[in-house]
Each structure stands twice: as C-alpha cells, then as structure tokens.
Ligand binder design. Structure first.
Ligand SMILES: [Zn+2]
Length: 676
C-alpha cells in the first residue's frame, strides 16, 4: 500500500521539475541552479524506483524510452500539413500581395495585416497533446502522412511532455532544429571518430530525429520552435482568430514560440522586416532560409483557401540563392588536428551571398566519388550562413574533356608519412606523431590533465613555443630552461620557473597516463590504464603483437591494430627514445599503488561547491573512485556543498559519511590525492 504522502511528494516533485524545465528551456530564465535541480530530479528517480507502480508516461524522468524500434509507424495528420509557396525576390513577394488583395476583393493598395516570422531550416513536426499530455509526434512526411517520431521527440528537453494548460486536444506545428554551435562541435567529434560529418544542420536535425533508437536522439542537442496550430479543441474557450493569437496560445501552453515574430501592416513593412532578418541571419545561432509571411486573420485565411496543397494565404520569402557556379581549379589535402586528411577545393574566386569564396569543403574521398567530381569541372558551390562553403555538384554537361581525376594522396602532404586508412574510417590519417600539422594538438594532449598533467601548458603556450622554435615535439619540452622562456611574451621569471617545474614533475607519471598521453588512436584513458596493467612497461607494450593485445578483455582488434601501428612507426619509436633520454620514466602500475588510493570507493556529490562538479568528479575517478548520482547503501561518501537538498538527509539516514565542501581538499590530501 503506497503512502498518500509519497504520491503527493511525487506529484509535487514532477510539478516543480516541469516548472523548472519551462523556465530553463522555454523562457531561458532559470530560478534554480543545476545542483538544486539535480536534487529534485534525483529524489524523483529514487521515489519512482521504490514505487515503480507510480511511474506515469508524463513523468519528467520518462523522456528516454524503451527498446529501439525497427521502423517508423505511419501517422495520418488530422489536418494536412501544407507546404508553402515560395517567393525568391521582392517582385515575387509583391505578386503574392497582389494575389491576396485580388482574392479578398480589396484594392491592391490596401494595408493587409501580415504575421511574419523567420523560416527555420530544420525538420517540420506536429505534436498532438490530449488533455495536456504529449501523445503523438510526427514528421510532416508528404503533408498527409508522416512518421511517428514520438519516442525521439520526447527526448528533446525544450518540448514539454505536459502543457501548462489542459485542453481536450491541441495540435501544434513547429520545426526541430540543430543549433549551429552544437552542430560544429558534433561534426568535429564525428571527424575525430572517423564518422562522416553531417552536411548541414538540417541534415543533422533530420538524421537525429529519424533514429530508430531514441537513446541516440537523446544525446543530440536538438531543440524546437513552434509556429502553427493544427486541430484544436479548447472545450468552450474560443479558438484564436488570428495567427498572432495562435502564437500567443503556443507561448501560453509552455511551448517555445517562434522567435522574432512580428505582425505588420502592408507589403512595405514586410519588406523592411525581410531586410532586417536577412542581416541578422548569421547571428541567430540556428539556420533560417527566409521569412514566412502569413495573412494574420484566420477568417481571411479561410476565404483565400488553398491551391494544390499550398495555402494561398502564406508564402515563404526565401533569401537570395546562396549557390554559385565556378571552376574547381585544384584540390589540396589538409591535415587536421585529428590527423584526418581532408580534401579542400580550390576555386576560381566567386562572390556568394556577399562573401568572396576561394576555398570550399569537399568533405571526404567518398563524397568526391559520390559526386563524380573532377579537377577543371564547373561546380555548384553553396554557402549557408557562416559555415565553410561546400561544393554541391559538378556540371558534367559543361565538361571539355580536359578534366582530370582527383587522386587522394598516399602520403601525408605535410610530413610524407604513409597515410593509414582503417576499415570503417572515411578518412586517411597521418600516423606520424611528429607531423607538424598534428604536433601542436599532440603536445596539448600530452600536457592535458588526463595525460601528463603539466600545469600551465595550454594551447596558447604550446602555440607560442612552437612558433618560437623552442619545441618541435613533446620530448623537447623536457629540455626547456627558464631563461629561454623569460624572453617570451607573457612569461615572467616566476611563471617561467613554474612551467619548467611543472614539466619536470611530469617526468614521473603512472604508465597508464603516459600511454594515454601518447595519443594512440582509439586508446582512451581507461584502455591506457588497462594496457599499463597488462604490460607493465613500455618495452613490453611496444613489442606486443595484435594477437596478444586482443586477448585482453576490453581490447578489440581495432585498438590492437592501432597500438601495433603506433609502435611500428619509426618516428614514434624515435620519439619514445628521445623521451627516455630526456628522463621521462613512466612508473609501472605495481609501483604506483598510490595512484588509485580511492579504488573501490563510491562517492555522491550534491549541493553547490567551490569547484565545478566535473572537476571534482575527475579528481575522484582518476584516483580510482566511482561517482554515483544518488545516495544508496553502496555509497561510501557524500560530498555536500551548500544547499545539499534531499541527498544529505538520505545519507544521514543510511549512515553515509558526509564530507563538507570546505573539508574536501583536506580529505583528499589525507588520502594522497591531489585536490588540484
Ligand atoms: Zn603528416
């Protein structure tokens, strides 16, 4: 029998979490800090775990659903999702206005009221809420039948599972988009992982939403804005009579209303709006490709009706073409920071949407093959927003016969090392750790906290030392003298000495860290530790065969091949010898028992602390501890900062040792862990 108090607490927590989500994701004005929010959320998770019979699908904990599905179910939209007619110039927009006036039987000089908004370049969706609860989400599809993407849409944090008002039926329409900054970050990561980058944020949004496994969607930073209403039953309440009122309803229900929407009088005001929006286009953080103009009054919309699945009362006024045709002069191969070698198109300079374009991305070899592109081809080049322009396609009909094939290099264009292309990787990569193109990144990785942990050696310093010719590889770091550094900008006597000391201190680090710091592809922190434990020395590891490597639990053939490749590369071997001569002596695991003094201990962190939670977590895990999200009988320590919330009560109940924020450093030092 469930206590009524528990039911009430669960309801209260859900309400509070929903309110917070609304403030955070929709209004962008949170009242609680993350720690406070986490405390609420964790408490709800805990209660629901204890009382699974009380879990409801609209609980904020139920965003990521069950098993991946094998296909998308088809969904028939209650009302068709119409596609908009287009205008691509001011003249075409005026023609639209004239058709409106003619259709309404009013003079073309009349001031028609228009609702205007940016046209998002994402994936159109429709959400169906019954009695305030999200029951269905579908893509536009062909406008009549779309695909059921409910499980995936539920993972988008800015989309409420419950509306702020309960009505029998609300259908809203909007656009799921992939924010620009996140898009660039994700593509960078995909390149690093050997996956093909997404061509543009729209493809990324579509690819993320059309995932059969909603857990994948949940990891993508999708968001959505809403700009339309489908079927509606507000039970007694009058439905909106204008588009502007529809947008107000959308906001009132707790959904993100399309930004920068304006209600304007007549075509001149709309034209000014169009200019304004196109100027701000690159700064919006999401892709838009024009402005949508709708007749505001719904009565008038009905009068105008539709024609071949497009409403007569609305138009998508698109920004001018961002594609131009020019000649592909050459292809150069660029070695990126992840050692991936990528093709870059060299073009006859051409102006596209206000910028001179001479270089464009060709993405990768597969893309070149797919496009069938050749040097000398006339090519269509697209520039979207502030992204790197890309070659869209060749114009084969313009070929003269003098075009030549694009041949990917066998050797690194920078250091001439033989490039490596692994199965499943779309890129060839330079395997040479001393390749100048990769060296800066390699040194930063070497010095990073999870590597050799050299305090004060960040990207800026690395760049400076490389530019001054003081270092060419990581081994050179160990030859640096304070007097060389003092000469440099930004260095004083103290800071120069400190850096040299920090470098010196990194001569003796656990073998696992050393292996990780080498930056062997596919060998992350935990694999590096595993290799250190199994092989005990660099000598053993460097002579290991792929066969002996794959015998280790957790090391697959891909990692094994990568390790063998690394140690057979001559430059890498030379570097290891140089490091040895420089006195860099990694400590084998048996002598570094002090390295994981918190092995087997489980911590939970709560409340507001001086250090970011991630930093504390990193310190604890690198000392061997586990960090859990909720307090249980398995918890050894609770680190409690200010406003710790329910976790502290729970810890006291269970007799878990509590460490306060201000005694944390002391606690760590006592156990031989650096609190840095
Ligand atoms: Zn190279």
């Amino acid at each position: 029998m469930v206590n009524i108090k528990i039911i009430e607490e669960i309801e209260r927590l859900r309400e509070e979490i929903r309110r917070h989500n609304y403030l955070y994701y929709v209004l962008d004005a949170p009242e609680k800090n993350d720690a406070e929010f986490d405390a609420l959320f964790d408490r709800l998770v805990e209660l629901e775990r204890e009382h699974p019979e009380l879990i409801t699908p609209d609980s904020p904990t139920q965003r990521v659903g069950g098993e991946p599905s094998s296909e998308f179910k088809q969904v028939r939209h209650t009302l068709p999702m119409l596609s908009l007619g287009k205008a691509t110039s001011h003249g075409e927009f005026i023609a639209f206005h004239n058709r409106i006036c003619d259709g309404l039987g009013i003079s073309r000089e009349s001031k028609v009221r228009y609702a205007c908004e940016p046209k998002l370049d994402g994936l159109a969706v429709e959400l169906v809420y019954r009695e305030g609860a999200l029951v269905l989400a579908s893509t536009r599809g062909d406008g009549i039948i779309g695909e059921d993407v409910t499980a995936n849409v539920r993972t988008i944090r800015s989309i409420p599972l419950t509306l702020r008002e309960k009505h029998p039926l609300v259908e809203v329409r909007g656009e799921v988009v992939f924010p620009r900054a996140e898009f660039d970050k994700m593509n960078e990561q995909r390149v690093a992982d050997g996956a093909e980058p997404f061509a543009n944020p729209r493809n990324a949004a579509a690819g993320s939403l059309r995932q059969l496994d909603s857990k994948v969607t949940a990891e993508r930073p999708l968001t959505a804005w809403f700009y339309g209403i489908g079927a509606l039953d507000l039970e007694g309440e009058f439905p909106p009579t204008t588009h502007t009122e529809e947008l107000e309803l959308i906001a009132r229900l707790g959904l993100k209303r399309i930004f920068m929407a304006k209600t304007l009088e007549g075509p001149d005001e709309v034209a000014r709006y169009f200019e304004e929006i196109s100027k701000q286009r690159d700064e919006l953080g999401v892709e838009i490709d024009g402005v949508v103009v709708k007749v505001d009054e719904i009565g008038r919309q009905r009068m105008l009706g539709e024609i071949s699945r497009s409403p007569r009362w609305a138009v998508a006024w698109k920004f001018p073409a961002q594609e131009k045709i020019t000649r592909l002069v050459d292809v150069i191969w660029n070695v990126g920071r992840t050692a991936a070698v990528t093709p870059v198109a060299v073009l006859d300079p051409v102006e596209i949407a206000g910028a001179m374009v001479q270089r464009a991305s060709l993405h990768n070899e597969d893309q070149i093959k797919r496009l069938g592109i050749k040097i000398g081809d006339s090519v269509r080049v697209r520039r979207a927003g502030d992204v790197i322009p890309e070659v869209v396609s060749p114009l084969e009909e313009l070929r003269t016969g003098d075009e030549t094939e694009i041949v990917p290099p066998e050797d690194c264009p920078v250091c001439s090392a033989h490039l490596v292309k692994e199965p499943g990787d779309v890129y060839r990569r330079c395997p040479n750790i001393s390749c100048p193109a990769i060296v800066a990144e390699a040194i930063e990785h070497w010095a990073s906290r999870t590597g050799m942990d050299i305090d004060g050696l960040g990207p800026k310093q690395v760049e400076q030392l490389l530019a001054e010719g003081l270092i060419a590889d990581v081994a050179d770091l160990y030859m640096l003298k304070p007097e060389q550094l003092i000469e440099l900008e930004r260095f004083a006597e103290k800071s120069a000495e400190r850096l040299v000391q920090a470098i010196d201190a990194s001569r003796e680090r656990p073998l696992g860290r050393f292996i990780h710091a080498l930056g062997i592809r596919h060998v992350g922190e935990s694999n590096a530790r595993l290799l250190a434990e199994k092989f005990q020395s660099l000598e053993n590891l460097s002579s290991a065969t792929a066969e002996s490597l794959v015998e280790i639990d957790g090391i697959g053939p891909e990692i094994a091949a990568s390790v063998v490749d690394f140690f057979t590369n001559e430059e890498n071997r030379a570097l290891l010898e140089k490091l040895d001569r420089a006195g860099v002596r990694p400590i084998p695991p048996e002598n570094s028992a002090g390295d994981r003094p918190l092995e087997g201990r489980t911590f939970v962190i709560t409340g507001t602390l001086d250090k970011p939670r991630d930093a504390i977590k990193a310190i604890l895990t690198s000392a061997g501890a586990k960090v859990a999200s909720s307090v249980s009988s398995k918890t050894d320590f609770l680190i409690a900062g200010d406003s710790p919330g329910s976790k502290l009560d729970r810890a006291r109940e269970l007799g878990v040792e509590v460490i306060s924020g201000d005694t944390l450093d002391e606690f760590l030092r006592e156990r031989g862990v650096s609190p840095k």
